[in-house]
Design a protein around this ligand. Structure first.
Ligand SMILES: [Zn+2]
Length: 136
């Protein structure tokens, strides 16, 4: 028997819905403070810089650089069996925040700290598109 096991999907809530709605449109959006103008990730109910609750969701450039990365050799979920070994990277966005994502289109051995990357989106279902990054 050859059964395909799906990868887990994000849990979408009222709190993170703007991020996933943006991703569906292939826009990378994060929260920006209306008081101090800083952008942050992961999302949260208050600005981590000035503690204001006055924020908006902004479309970012989608550009950044590799801050660090690891390669997963161990299988933690059967849905990823075909992907092992795969990378998980810390991306420093041009606007400042660091986010966790995969880098696609480049062999793991050719990833370097500081490499410039840009966002790309994988449409995994009709409703969910997951941001990944590729070297530029
Ligand atoms: Zn702020």
């Amino acid at each position: 028997m050859n059964q395909t096991i799906a990868k887990p999907l994000p849990n979408i809530s009222d709190f993170n819905r703007p991020f996933w709605e943006g991703a569906k449109k292939h826009e990378f959006c994060l929260q920006r403070c209306n008081q101090c103008s800083k952008v942050w990730a992961p999302n949260g109910p208050v600005c981590p810089f000035c503690f204001s609750t006055d924020y908006r969701w902004d479309k970012l450039s989608g550009r950044g650089k590799i801050a660090s990365w690891v390669v997963f050799h161990k299988l933690y979920h059967p849905g990823f069996a075909a992907d092992v070994p795969y990378n998980v990277a810390f991306i420093e966005m041009a606007e400042g925040p660091r986010i966790i994502a995969n880098i696609v289109g480049t062999p793991n051995k050719d990833l370097h700290i500081g490499d410039p990357v840009e966002v790309t989106f994988e449409d995994v279902t009709a409703d969910i598109s997951i941001p990944r990054f590729r070297k530029v």
